[in-house]
Design a protein around this ligand. Structure first.
Ligand code: 2M8
Length: 406
């Protein structure tokens, strides 16, 4: 029943070659959403999952970056802010895009799509594009310590996480001068504030004005983003082997980034962000700090410490992972990335626990199914009451629950 409903949502949000995250709030193609959606679509239509990923990579830039939004030219101007007229960017394919990126979870998705229905031709097509995506990060975003930076909170995927409060406060911004479209669909208590948006637009504009080359006032090494990069190298190793190429460089790069993360981002049971400019650790209680559990070769003692934190501070025995630890001053159970549970974060940590602590993984799988059974495929959920927030019929909530059920 739930699986059938999930497919209904994915079909309703399909736009011919990709899936919108939500019809009204996010009417274009988003980068990491497409990866999660492909993982779910692989369960009932692997062909659609392959098309989803290939269409996203069709808008890859020459420098290898995969833009975080690919705009649908048929959607009226002003339906989403900031739209193509703000970003002023175009892929070589001609598509209007944004100029920033999102966590590179796509190699992981491509491998899962292949597992659902082996297709070497698809792997051969997508592999060089996935390699170029990683190469862009190494070239444009790597610090001397070997970690990858994000240059905008939107690149973390966890836009208004309290983890960014300090670096974001340093961003000087005037009024936006544009009406926010999100508030036409969702209550202001469940979204970032106007002040956040002013800073988001100022940062994006500053990056745009350098031709998307030089970071503005925000450059941060995020544990989720770096974990996705490392997990991508492990997935690329599998893909390389499957198409008859040498997996060794990918294994080596996965090991290298895992070690760099442990050395520079880990402290006291959790991974943290780090300010790329000052090198200062941005200690916070964000669930992003648990996502490195997706790294296959994380040292055992770190895995155990992260599991301890997940149990004590994130209370995952309740079945869902809050995006920020309850019991902190910043925690807000209804405001976007400041506390609510999201299916994608819970699913990533579920992946990391599946082979290490199947008992806990099962609790999370049950929790995700319970949340959507109680409240529908909402965008995010109160971790305690399971009340749904944000938009309805949200694609990755449907896709990843479908993955669990199949
Ligand atoms: C949210 O981000 C966009 C900006 O990219 C927004 O707030 O308008 C985030 O939840 C992000 O992680 C997600 O990819 C996107 C679409 O679902 O929405």
């Amino acid at each position: 029943m739930i699986a059938r409903e999930a497919v209904r949502v994915l079909v309703a949000n399909w736009d011919g070659s990709y899936t919108v995250p939500s019809r009204r709030l996010y009417p274009h193609q988003w980068s990491w959403d497409s990866a999660f959606i492909a993982i779910g679509n692989a369960r009932w239509s692997p062909r659609r999952a392959r098309i989803e990923l290939l269409s996203l990579f069709g808008a890859q830039w020459r420098d290898g970056r995969v833009p975080h939004i690919v705009f649908n030219p048929d959607v009226p101007e002003g339906a989403y802010f900031p739209g193509p007229e703000f970003w002023e960017a175009r892929a070589p394919s001609g598509s209007a895009t944004s100029g920033i990126v999102q966590p590179p979870v796509h190699a992981m998705a491509a491998w899962q799509v292949h597992l659902a229905e082996p297709d070497p031709a698809f792997l051969r097509r997508i592999y060089p594009r996935l390699v170029a995506q990683q190469q862009f990060l190494r070239t444009a975003r790597q610090s001397p310590e070997g970690l990858m930076s994000i240059v905008h909170p939107w690149e973390s995927g966890m836009d208004n996480s309290p983890a960014w409060d300090i670096p974001l406060a340093a961003v000087v911004a005037g009024p936006m001068g544009v009406r926010r479209r999100d508030l036409a669909h969702v209550s202001p208590d469940e979204r970032p504030t106007d002040r956040d948006y002013e800073r988001y637009t100022a940062l994006a504009r500053a990056y745009r004005d350098t031709g998307y080359r030089r970071a503005g006032a925000f450059a941060v090494e995020d544990p989720l983003f770096n974990a996705a990069y490392g997990a991508a190298e492990s997935a690329l190793a599998k893909i390389a082997s499957a198409v008859g190429l040498d997996p060794a460089p990918h294994h080596a790069e996965a090991a290298r980034i895992t070690a760099a993360m442990v050395e520079h981002l880990y402290d006291d049971g959790l991974f943290h962000g780090r300010d790329a400019g000052s090198g200062i650790l941005l200690r916070s209680s964000s669930a992003a700090g648990l996502v490195p559990l997706i790294l296959p070769d994380l040292p055992r003692e770190i895995v155990n410490a992260l599991i301890g934190t997940a149990l004590d501070r994130f209370e995952i025995k309740r079945g869902l992972l809050p995006s920020f630890a309850p019991g902190t001053a910043e925690f807000d159970p209804a405001r976007y990335w400041r506390g609510p549970s999201w299916i994608n974060l819970t699913w990533l940590v579920w992946q990391g626990l599946r082979h290490r602590r199947p008992d806990l993984a099962e609790l999370l799988a049950d929790g995700m199914v319970r949340a959507v059974t109680t409240s529908g495929f909402r965008e995010y959920f109160d971790p305690f009451t399971l009340e749904g927030h944000g938009c309805r019929d949200f694609s990755w909530s449907a896709a990843l629950v479908l993955d669990l059920l199949c």
